[in-house]
Design a protein around this ligand. Structure first.
Ligand SMILES: [Zn+2]
Length: 334
């Protein structure tokens, strides 16, 4: 193992750290509160990340030449190269150090820090767009504004841009029609889609809340972001097969919504949504703003702003596709 580390250090120094990334030496896990954890500093060191602790803010920063990771003690919020990602367990202090859950390290942060495709890439050709709600299900309603109308309008704008970029696009609905939830992933599976995106707008009781959230399927054995942390489900679902790719797609789309469309970053989150559970390809659910925020609702109703949202979503898809291309294992596209 020492030999391997020396080789990796030499390769990192030479700037050609590629294939060996996949076999980085994880530290031995420890058991704490009935779960498996890594010592955070050792886990970071295995990835050439240097850990810095700021006691005033209780923030841990892990950095190297290409990566900056910010974590906070007793918090599930991580910031990965500027974009928020929710962990399934909080970072936990265990003096003299800190612990990160093995599941978060291996299946949430790991893939984002080391985006080598988990298995041979397949080209992205067919994309299924799912306009949330429809027909007798209006989705969120604020005043006269119904979510189902704007999800369809956004899906149409995304479709136009994807087609112009050469993709085959299939919509789960093209009109104001009702579709049962299981029917939506079924369309994607039937069409042998390469990606699935369900488009939604959000709402919250507090009108000050605004911004973007992108959901991917909660990893097996983890709790969803908005479920109590104790609510861990052990159930292998079809959607787990492409869990890593879905997470990478979610991160890229969230990044584009924040950086290109200017939305507030509420982070990549985890949920066991019905539309994500049964997918046989990478898939995400996008919440592209809050209809309950009067300001954001005005923007969402504006076709020019939706055009920016559509452009951002397409940019996220394009960045994901380039990331997944064979040989595209550098981080130049961050
Ligand atoms: Zn919705």
């Amino acid at each position: 193992m020492e030999m391997l580390r020396a080789v990796r250090r030499w390769l990192a120094g030479a700037g050609i750290l590629l294939v060996l990334e996949g076999v980085f030496a994880a530290p031995d896990p420890v058991t704490h509160l009935g779960r498996q954890w890594y010592d955070l500093e050792r886990w970071g060191a295995a990835r050439q990340l240097t850990t810095r602790w700021t006691p005033q803010t209780r923030v841990l920063t892990l950095t190297n030449r290409t990566t900056r990771l910010a974590l906070a003690v007793d918090s599930q919020q991580a910031v990965v190269n500027g974009i928020k990602v929710w962990l399934t367990q909080p970072i936990t202090a265990r003096p003299p150090g800190w612990l990160i859950s093995v599941l978060d390290a291996d299946r949430v942060l790991g893939p984002l820090l080391q985006p080598v495709p988990p298995r041979p890439a397949r080209p992205v050709h067919t994309i299924v767009l799912d306009a949330g709600h429809g027909g007798r299900d209006p989705g969120h309603q604020t005043g006269a504004r119904e979510e189902k109308r704007y999800t369809l309008l956004l899906a149409q704008q995304v479709r136009a841009k994807l087609r112009a970029a050469g993709y085959r696009v299939v919509m789960t609905r093209t009109r104001d029609t009702f579709l049962e939830l299981p029917e939506r992933p079924a369309v994607a599976n039937r069409e042998k889609a390469d990606l699935f995106l369900s488009l939604h707008f959000n709402a919250a009781p507090d009108p000050a809340i605004r911004g973007a959230e992108v959901f991917c399927l909660t990893p097996n054995g983890a709790a969803s972001t908005h479920a109590p942390r104790s609510e861990v489900l052990n159930q292998s679902l079809p959607g787990h097969r492409d869990g890593t790719r879905s997470l990478l797609l979610a991160w890229q789309v969230q990044k584009a919504l924040v950086e290109r469309a200017g939305l507030t970053d509420r982070g990549v989150k985890h949920a066991r949504f019905a539309v994500l559970r049964d997918l046989t390809m990478p898939g995400i659910l996008v919440e592209a703003g809050f209809l309950s925020s009067p300001e954001e609702a005005r923007l969402i109703a504006d076709p020019k702003f939706r055009d920016r949202l559509a452009a951002a979503i397409v940019e996220g898809i394009e960045r994901y596709r380039r990331w997944m291309e064979p040989g595209a294992q550098t981080r130049s596209n961050r």
